[in-house]
Each structure stands twice: as structure tokens, then as C-alpha cells.
Design a protein. Structure first.
Length: 269
């Protein structure tokens, strides 16, 4: 027991970074000890959650790993939900006694952003680009399967070239279910065949294989525009479901955004 307590004391003394990526549907949370992502979670995004409620959620997650809020000594946030950004910043100040680093204008990323208006690029897309270039070098394309399916192109020189935004797999499915009176929701799993023998299998075929076709078409067009042979990396909550159905994806890294946040944090300390 004494040895375990010493090890834990050393880990806490080394410091822990809390990385949070807030998407419209899901939020990714990770804890870094040094360069190691020691634990991570993916939870539903609650756009109405208060700072106190966020603190309780975080404390419960940390408790699963025998950690406490007091073990955190730095925090970085990327968010596409303004209310959540405000609540997380309040939580950091009130419950962690920390000043959060919020990815946005003025934060060093090391990636030149060649967008007409760089401020329009989502913080999660920037984090993905930073991680992808440092892990895989360039050129590289990131496909993020989230609320939207986003495509980000990074040049051989590490420049963020731009990309594409398409409806996410779940968003497209929900739109179909809402608009078609006789169609109801189905589980998002791979169907046995592209030719569905019942309504459920037909829906799964159209949603899963159709979304994969969208991804492959856009990736091929982006590759042609780049004029290179970029590596294609998939990330996001549905990456492990969708990547095997796509012909153009080379690798899956569901933790890419959290890794990117850690790398951005390192560039700003």
C-alpha cells in the first residue's frame, strides 16, 4: 500500500492536464500525465449544463480512476458550443482554481491556416490538424465522424488548406426518420448486405454504406485537388464503425482530437 501511495504522489506531483473537446453531440474528456493519455471518456454533450453540474460530472469520471479534481493542474478546452465554453471556463475558475487555455484566436498552434477567415475554422478541426501533422506528417487528410462529418486537408508543409463539411451519419439518419412518416429509427450497425431484405436492413444499408460512399467520393476529390497522395486518418465517435466501410481511409485514431489539444497546450506554455 505504501508503494502505491508513493507512486500516486509522484504522478500527482508531475501534474495532470485535463483536455476537453466539446462537440454538438458528444464531449471527449482526457487526462494526460506528462505525454501519456492515461484515461479518457466520451460523454453526451449537455448544452444546458451549469458549471457546478460539469464539476460533478468531471469528479465522477475522475473517481473511476481514483483521481480527484485537486489532481488537475492545467486545462485546455476546444468547443463548438458557446454555452458549454462559458460553463467550462466558470468550472475551471471556481472548482479547479485554474485559468483554462481555450483554443481560438491568439492561441499558438504551429499550423498556418489558409482559410479565407481563419476564425471560422472549428477548434476541434484545428486540434485534429495539429495532431495529424505531427503524428503522420504531411500531406494528410483527417475525416472526423461527429455531428457533422468533416474533412480537413493538411499540406506537406503543415499548412491547413481547408476542407469540407457534410451531414454526420446520425444527423442524416435522424433527418430521414423525421421526414418519412413510415420510417422509424434503427440501430447504426453494419447490415449483412447492401441489398436489404427488410426495412431495417435497407435503412442500415443506405445510412452506413451511403455515408461511406460520400466519404470516399469527397476524399478522392480532395486528393485530386491536393495533387499528392495524402494519408487519410479517421477520428470521431463513429470512426470505428464507419472506417472499415470506406475504401479511402488508411488509419483510425479515435483519440486524435485529444492528442491535438495536448500538443497545442505544449506550444503555449
Amino acid at each position: 500500500m505504501e508503494l502505491l501511495e508513493r507512486a500516486r504522489f509522484w504522478e500527482v506531483e508531475q501534474g495532470m492536464l485535463l483536455a476537453i473537446d466539446v462537440g454538438n453531440t458528444q464531449t471527449a474528456v482526457g487526462i494526460f500525465k506528462g505525454d501519456e493519455l492515461c484515461c479518457h471518456w466520451r460523454i453526451s454533450t449537455n448544452k444546458e449544463e451549469t458549471a457546478d453540474e460539469l464539476a460533478i460530472t468531471l469528479a465522477n469520471l475522475l473517481g473511476l480512476e481514483n483521481l480527484n479534481l485537486s489532481d488537475i493542474n492545467a486545462i485546455i478546452i476546444s468547443s463548438v458550443v458557446p454555452h458549454c465554453t462559458i460553463s467550462l471556463a466558470e468550472m475551471a475558475h471556481k472548482n479547479l482554481r485554474l485559468e483554462p487555455l481555450i483554443v481560438g484566436p491568439g492561441v499558438r498552434t504551429g499550423i498556418p491556416i489558409l482559410y479565407d477567415n481563419p476564425h471560422e475554422v472549428g477548434a476541434d478541426r484545428i486540434a485534429n490538424a495539429v495532431a495529424a501533422y505531427e503524428l503522420y506528417e504531411g500531406p494528410v487528410i483527417v475525416v472526423d465522424f461527429g455531428t457533422a462529418t468533416t474533412f480537413d486537408a493538411i499540406s506537406e508543409k503543415g499548412e491547413y488548406l481547408g476542407g469540407a463539411i457534410a451531414p454526420g451519419v446520425e444527423v442524416a439518419a435522424q433527418a430521414l426518420f423525421s421526414a418519412a412518416a413510415k420510417l422509424s429509427g434503427v440501430e447504426l450497425v453494419r447490415p449483412p448486405s447492401p441489398i436489404g431484405k427488410n426495412t431495417q436492413a435497407s435503412l442500415q444499408s443506405g445510412i452506413i454504406f451511403g455515408s461511406a460512399g460520400l466519404v470516399d467520393t469527397l476524399v478522392r476529390r480532395i486528393k485530386k485537388e491536393m495533387g499528392d497522395n495524402p494519408k487519410v486518418v479517421a477520428t470521431g465517435g463513429l470512426a470505428e464503425l464507419m472506417a472499415p466501410e470506406c475504401e479511402t481511409i488508411d488509419e483510425v485514431n479515435p483519440l486524435l482530437t485529444l492528442i491535438g489539444l495536448k500538443k497545442i497546450y505544449d506550444k503555449n506554455i
